[in-house]
Structure formats: C-alpha cells, structure tokens
Design a protein around this ligand. Structure first.
Ligand code: PXG
Length: 479
C-alpha cells in the first residue's frame, strides 16, 4: 500500500476503517517506535488502529466500538468530539499559531490561562498560587520542578538542600528527572536511574503494605512516618522537597488512607521542606475538585499539571508556583535559565481556556463530586461480591479493583499467570478499555460519563470479570 493513501484528509478520517488494517499495522511496525512497547511482540500481533472517537467511545479500524473507561490515557476529561475545543484551536492558529515567550514577549491566551488557573487554584492555609510556568507535558513539568526547587534553596543560601524524596511505584514521567522521581523499578533499570539526589520511600498502599489487622487510619500514619524516617536518614538540612501524587494513578489507583496526607503535611512543615503535588492525573475534576490538594486538605508549594487541562486535545502541562517559591524566584532570582520553546504556546493555551470554560459551563467538576462520582463509588463497590474481586475502591472518577485467588486470605495469583492481562484481553473483546497494572484493574472514565453510561460500563466490567473467572477455572487455577 502506498503510504500517501494513509494520510487521510479530515473528511475521510471517519472512514479509515475501510482502509487496510494490515497495511497500516505493517507501516506502523516498520516505522513507529511506540512508548513503553515490546516491538517484537507488537509486530507479531499488529497494533490496534484507533480511527475516531465520540463522547466516551472510540472506534477501531475493524469497526469495533469501545467504551473508553481510561479517557485516552487519564486525560480526555471533557470527552471526545468537543467542537468548542477544535474551534478554539482553529481560531488561534489563524490569529497567532505560535510565538515564543522568552525575550520579553507574551501572548494573550497564555496570560488569560495563567490568570484563570491562578483563580481556580484554592488558597489553603493562607498560601495561594498566583503564578504558573507552562510546559508541554507532565514529564517536562517535573523536570521544571527539580530545577525550581534547587534554585529556590540556592537562592536562600542553602545549596546543600538537594535531595528530593519520592515514593516507590510513583509515576512522575519518562524524562531523566521524571523517571528518576518516579518509583518504577523497571524504568530505573534502563538508563542508570535515578539520577543523583533522588531517593524513595514506600507507598501508602494498605492492601500491599499494611500489617495483618492494621486499620487504614493506623497504616496511614505509619506510612507517612516513612517520610520522617527518610528525612532523618538523609539529614534534614539536605532535603529539598517531597513529591507525591494525591492518588497514585499509573501505580494502580492507590488511594491513601485519610490519615496519610495530614501527617505528611505535619512532617514537611516540621522540617521546612517543599511539598510538590503531582496532579497530572488528579487535577481538573478527576477527583471532584479543580485541584486535588483541596480534597485532601494539604498545602503544596508546587503543583504539577498536564493531561486534563486541555482534556488531552493538545499537549500542555505546567507547574502552579505557590507564593513561597514564587516570591524567592522573582525577588531574589534574576533570570531563571530554564524554559521550553512551547512554554505558553498560544494554541495549547487557547484550547485549555476553551476546555476549562466548557467544564465550568457543564458543571463537570461538581457533577463528579456530588452526583456521578458518588454513583460510581456505589456501583463499583458492588463488584466486591464477585469471586475474583478482593477489593474495589474509587476516588472521584478513578477506580481500581484487585483480582485475587482467595478473597478471605487475600492470596494473589502467581504473577506469571498474568491474570490482569487476561482480564484486559476480555475487556477489549467485549468493547471496554480498562488498564491492567499487575492484577489491579483500573479505570478513569471521561468526566462527561452519565449515570446510564456508568451502568453500561458496569455490565461490561462484570462480563469481563466473569470471562476471566471462566478462563481461570478452565485452567484449574480456581476451585
Ligand atoms: N505525573 C503523573 C502523575 C502522571 O500520571 C506524568 C507525570 C507524565 O506526564 P507526560 O505528559 O509526560 O506523560 C504522568 C503521566 C499509565 C500512564 O500507564 C500514565 C501516564 C503516562 C503514561 C502512561 O497509566 N501518566
């Protein structure tokens, strides 16, 4: 097939399923290196070709309609097919498609978006967020955080404060700093990571790290205590910051006990270290708030964002810079030798503004907090009666369940069986996208999902769990 026939003009995109799937797959494996992908394996199977999308559904080149319970990759908060966002991009491209903001220049959408974000970020404990630094992704934003935190302490005459503490199984991106901050052992194993002065503590995951009989509340306090122990081990005068996701996303939707964040706040306050809240997944309505630190009541100094700020329609990320850091950088710092070509990209910022307006108009954040989020929690909890489900929990519009061999003893399946992947396979076959993280199945649906669509999703989830159960019984893995 001639590759040029694959470059369809917009009007033809919806008919892409008529194109030759195998030819696309062949070109894909010949030329396109995918993120986090075993290419030999992919070449033998062929990638699924996603051709178009609307509301909460995507379609593949074979014509299958799939309910996307992962919002693309935790980002399409406003759902697919939102004309307002396409119009905003078109208008801005025709007005000013690009200009940099390096050399004493600015552009209107970037200024408007920074102002808007400052107004959406709640003030907690007298600390507000009046400043925003823009990037194009969550990874870049976390690189910015490392630079900013080090600069902050240098400017305060404490250059020995270099160490950033993070957590095992955290995800903070895939650049050198992002992957180092993250706590994914598989990522550290490739590329000699982490880079120096980044260290990790254990995650607050009651299911995996709780002691037998330990309450959530006791575990939450104990898990926060690991931060204090690490600060003392490193030497408090050398610690610059602690970074964490409000709820761990890519690690498997790990929701900390209620006692965790207040104790973390007490510890960072006691030792004077900066707190970075990585809200790339959790902000913009995902947990029923514009910013997730408000839900848990802690007071970060820096907040990483990306994904949902544009509902994933165009790449944009950034850092909300709290007063404590901004004051030092601005008043003492002079030039901060850091920035990206696309910092404050006018088109990305215009799309973000349209997305935030749309979310406000449709009340999506409130809906998740007061209506569809509680409904999802109620429906998801019903899955606990399924023989395979050891635990099922939600927080706003993220949810995770764990597949277990024995619910009473919490015995897990042999990891080699790949039970999560078996379940994920059934999801695709049944028209549902769910992520498998080991044997945890996770979702993060578009925030536009209605109660009726939640019901529709629950039918599919149960069907996939049943099919997985049948497979495991047939393989003699269960009674
Ligand atoms: N921080 C957090 C909390 C994230 O979830 C990033 C930073 C990095 O963002 P960028 O835009 O650079 O990708 C993320 C990204 C998964 C998965 O498998 C999750 C992410 C990215 C890719 C895969 O769940 N989150």
């Amino acid at each position: 097939m001639n590759p040029s026939t694959l470059i369809a003009p917009p009007a033809l995109v919806r008919r892409a399923e008529q194109q030759d799937t195998q030819a696309i797959q062949a070109l894909d494996s010949a030329h396109f290196i995918h993120p986090f992908t075993d290419h030999a394996g992919l070449a033998s199977r062929g990638a699924r070709v996603i051709t178009h999308a609307d509301n909460i559904y995507v379609w593949d080149s074979e014509g299958a309609k799939i309910l996307d319970a992962m919002s693309g990759l935790w980002c399409v908060n406003a759902g697919y097919g939102r004309k307002e966002l396409a119009d905003a991009a078109y208008q801005q491209m025709m007005t000013l498609p690009f200009y940099n903001s390096f050399f004493n220049t600015t552009n209107v959408p970037a200024v408007q978006l920074a102002t808007k974000l400052a107004s959406l970020a709640p003030t907690v404990g007298g600390r507000s967020f009046q400043h925003v630094f823009f990037s194009s992704s969550g990874s870049e934003s976390n690189d910015t955080n490392v630079r900013m935190v080090r600069r902050y302490w240098d400017l305060l005459g404490q250059p020995q404060r270099k160490v950033i503490i993070s957590r095992n199984n955290a995800y903070h991106g895939s650049t050198m700093a992002g992957a180092s901050l993250g706590g994914m052992s598989g990522m550290h194993a490739q590329g000699d990571l982490p880079i120096p002065n980044i260290t990790h503590i254990e995650q607050p995951h009651h299911w995996e790290n709780g002691l037998p009989g330990e309450s959530q509340a006791d575990f939450g306090r104990r898990a926060a205590g690991w931060l204090e122990a690490k600060i003392l081990e490193v030497g408090a005068h050398k610690v610059a910051a602690f970074i964490a996701e409000p709820v761990q996303g890519a690690g498997g939707v790990i929701i900390p006990p209620e006692t965790y964040w207040p104790e973390i706040q007490r510890i960072v306050d006691q030792y004077g270290i900066l707190l970075i809240s990585d809200e790339v997944i959790c902000a913009f309505g995902r947990l029923g708030h514009w910013f997730a630190y408000e839900k848990f009541g802690y007071r970060p100094d820096l907040v990483t964002f990306a994904k949902g700020v544009t509902s994933g329609y165009i790449p944009l990320g950034g850092v909300m810079v709290g007063d404590r850091v901004a004051k030092v950088l601005i008043e003492k710092g002079g030039e901060f030798n850091h920035g990206y070509t696309y910092s404050g990209h006018p088109v990305a910022c215009a799309v973000a503004l349209a997305n935030l307006e749309l979310m406000e108009r449709e009340g999506l954040v409130d809906r998740v907090k007061n209506d569809t989020g509680p409904y999802l929690a109620q429906r998801f909890a019903e899955l606990k009666d399924h023989p395979l489900v050891g635990d099922a929990e939600t927080c706003g519009f993220v949810a995770g369940l764990v597949l277990v061999k024995n619910k009473t003893t919490r015995q897990m399946f042999d990891a080699d069986l790949g039970v999560g992947m078996i379940c994920r396979g059934h999801c695709f076959k049944n028209g549902l996208i769910m992520r498998a993280v080991g044997d945890r199945m996770i979702i993060a649906p578009p925030l536009v999902m209605t109660r009726a669509q939640i019901d529709e999703m629950m039918v599919l989830i149960r069907r996939c769990l049943d099919a997985t159960l049948d497979d495991l019984r047939a393989a003699g893995q269960l009674a």
